[in-house]
Design a protein around this ligand. Structure first.
Ligand SMILES: [Zn+2]
Length: 694
């Protein structure tokens, strides 16, 4: 064991560990005796963020770090002069170390100029030009009243080229000499700083040069700026070897608890770092069990302190569940309590290291702690990464479709065309209004068939399922099942009809891509009409029969143009596919001709949301009569197509008249979608249409 006194600090080396460079020492500053290894909480602006003076004293902090650059700008040196330095200003009885400002000048945004004599930069508070020379920095630190001052250095990023790093290092050396001269006979201690970026040869040269100068202590600067921990540890080890044994060594800006352990092992005595408070703000605690991240949902109900081995105020007073809650509701107290614990933990860790060094048990302690300190916690899944909301988000896409949600109502969007089903309206309401009510579905189910089919005649495969009734079923085609809004509106309405229902219902849905229904079924909260057994049964079996009403639902998936021939002819058509730009084949003149053919024997009405002139022209040319449909949502009008028999039944539909025809003849959308230019048979068909004969 060696002991020696050096300079103003009366440094005493108490012990050096075997097979390690770890050491225990003590030195005396103007305000306080410092036992090392030690950690210095960072109080950049003469305040440790969120921490009270009493909490810091209680934690055992011996030295606070403050920053000359920031304090020069605010509150300004005259305030320190007035209050008798930083100790009087913040009422701090123990030691203070001030950084010189070099790191901030060269790392903070803003313009700066550098010459041999000084660095000049623009104040971020009032844009004033501020000049900092080694002499000016020492003068400021004297006025601030630091126990330990730092020499102004020229910091460069660890990635700079060798020549630039060498030049910055050499300037740092010259400034170090000037800083010593400027300090003069002040009783305040002064540390020199070793630079050299990431170059081993420069680091060695810098350590040798600075070590020759009569500083009271030696710092390693320019690390913790993105290098790997191995690089940093190697650099630290090669530098500390070259520094005087009988002066404190300070590794600036480092690091995690694990980093501190490794650096102590390599001969460092002093540390500062913002991590205990900055990570606390994010909900991270350093504990004797490793890191704990309070964003993890597993802590939500956990009893007991965040660190069972800790005696800090936070751990004595609050459960981990309470701290989790404070973090989740962004309560400032949570940050404060976690910072208090983290600072307490850091300082206790340094004291424990010191005890093991003094007791000769360092090596065992070091080996045991390497894997414990800063080990990441494994309590459950991190809540921030897999919240229920995010799981839902992940499930929001299927095939070409995605769910979008507005005011808790889900909409299906085709990601290829960008088109949204039932945009701007509640799809269940639109289905009810436009399709179920307007088609008089319930009325037609309550009355005997108007079309008299031959008794015992050709019953369709679907109607044979409906054994409850002998009457001819009413057939509804649901073209474009989508998320089943229209089909379910019909089923839900009919299930409420009860004994009034004299005709069975056969509902036939056509869909060429079932992903939209499957996607909506994953989100019953946003598609409430799907909270019914029918849609899942339909997807599973392609059919569903109501257990309570004579209702059968068939699914014909695939190409409507082909599959429609398998279905019984319709009485009602809910024509609700995507628009022409997405489902073009369903809107052509040929498609409507086939539809008209399918219902020529029946009194059929077709309901669709569009009132496009092209679509109406196609329907007229195909042989439908066309009437105005109800307004819905943002649409002032919709469209009803009627088979000739339906048109003659005249259920009070408002057929398009001469006015529409005149408008059509002037329109540039006369041509039915998808019609070839040379074939204008549609024009003659429309002009000769019986509905326009007065
Ligand atoms: Zn604690």
């Amino acid at each position: 064991m060696t002991a020696a006194a050096a300079g103003r600090l009366h440094f005493t080396l108490e012990a050096t560990a075997e097979n390690s460079s770890a050491r225990a020492a003590r030195f005396t500053t103007q305000h306080h005796e410092v036992l090392t290894p030690t950690f210095m909480p960072v109080g950049t602006h003469a305040a440790v963020r969120s921490q009270r003076r009493e909490d810091l004293l209680e934690s055992g902090a011996q030295v606070l770090l403050a920053n000359t650059y920031h304090l020069l700008l605010r509150p300004g040196l005259e305030i320190f002069e007035k209050f008798g330095g930083i100790h009087g200003f913040m009422n701090w009885p123990r030691a203070v170390l001030t950084d010189s400002g070099g790191y901030q000048i060269f790392s903070l945004p803003g313009s700066r100029t550098l010459c041999e004599d000084y660095a000049e930069f623009t104040s971020y508070t009032d844009s004033a030009l501020i000049r900092l020379s080694p002499e000016r920095s020492i003068e400021a630190q004297k006025i601030i009243g630091a126990d330990i001052m730092m020499a102004l250095d020229h910091c460069v990023p660890s990635t700079v080229e060798h020549a630039a790093a060498r030049s910055a290092m050499q300037l740092t050396h010259r400034w170090a000499q000037r800083s010593l001269a400027a300090r003069g006979d002040s009783p305040q201690a002064l540390f020199g700083i070793v630079q050299g970026a990431s170059y081993a040869d420069l680091r060695i040269e810098s350590a040798q040069t600075i070590a020759q100068m009569p500083f009271d202590g030696y710092a390693i600067g320019g690390l913790a700026v993105g290098e790997s921990s191995t690089q940093r540890e190697d650099c630290t080890a090669s530098v500390t070897e070259l520094l005087p044994a009988h002066s404190p060594r300070y590794l600036m800006g480092v690091g995690t608890t694990r980093d501190l352990l490794e650096a102590v092992h390599r001969g460092v005595d002093m540390f500062d770092c913002i991590l205990p408070t900055s990570l606390a703000k994010q909900g991270v605690a350093f504990t004797s069990l490793g890191r704990r991240d309070l964003r993890r949902a597993a802590y939500r109900g956990m009893e007991g302190p965040i660190d069972p081995a800790c005696r800090c105020y936070t751990c004595k007073t609050y459960s981990i569940a309470y701290l989790f809650h404070l973090q989740r509701v962004h309560e400032t107290t949570g940050w404060q309590l976690l910072s208090l614990h983290n600072i307490h933990f850091y300082l206790r860790l340094m004291r424990t290291m010191r005890e093991h060094i003094l007791a000769g048990t360092w090596t065992n302690f070091y080996r045991a702690q390497r894997d414990v300190l800063d080990a990441r916690d494994s309590y459950g899944k991190p809540a921030r990464h897999v919240t229920k909301a995010m799981l839902r988000e992940r499930k929001r896409k299927r095939g070409r479709y995605e769910v979008i949600v507005k005011e808790d109502v889900g909409y299906i969007r085709d990601t290829v065309s960008g088109e949204v089903m039932h945009p701007g309206s509640n799809s269940a309401l639109e289905a009810q209004c436009l399709y179920v009510e307007q088609s008089r579905l319930l009325e037609r189910l309550s009355l005997p068939p108007a079309d008299t089919s031959p008794p015992g005649g050709s019953a369709s495969p679907a109607s044979s399922d409906l054994s409850g009734s002998s009457a001819e079923p009413l057939v509804v085609w649901d073209v474009g099942l989508g998320a089943a809004a229209n089909a379910m509106a019909a089923i839900l309405a009919v299930e409420n009809l009860g004994p009034a229902m004299v005709r069975p219902l056969t509902l036939v849905s056509f869909e060429n891509d079932l992903d939209s229904l499957k996607l909506a079924l994953d989100h019953p909260g946003w598609f409430t009409h799907l909270r019914h057994p029918a849609p899942r049964a339909l997807l599973r079996d392609n059919r569903w029969n109501s257990p309570t009403s004579p209702v059968g639902w068939l699914l014909l998936d695939g190409d409507f143009a082909l599959r429609k021939f398998e279905a019984p002819p319709p009485d009602i058509i809910f024509f609700d596919p995507f628009s022409f730009k997405t489902d073009s084949a369903l809107w052509t003149l040929q498609a409507f001709r086939e539809l008209a053919k399918a219902c020529e024997e029946k009194s059929t009405e077709l309901f669709t949301y569009t009132y496009s002139t092209s679509v109406r022209a196609a329907m007229l040319a195909a042989g439908f009569h066309v009437a105005k449909g109800r307004a819905t949502g943002p649409k002032g009008e919709t469209t009803i197509g009627l088979s000739p028999r339906a048109a003659s039944a005249a259920h009070g539909r408002e057929l398009l008249g001469q006015e529409w025809l005149a408008k059509w003849t002037r329109s540039d959308a006369q041509v039915p979608f998808g019609s070839a230019e040379q074939d204008d048979s549609w024009r003659a068909a429309i002009l000769a249409h019986p509905q326009f004969k007065a």
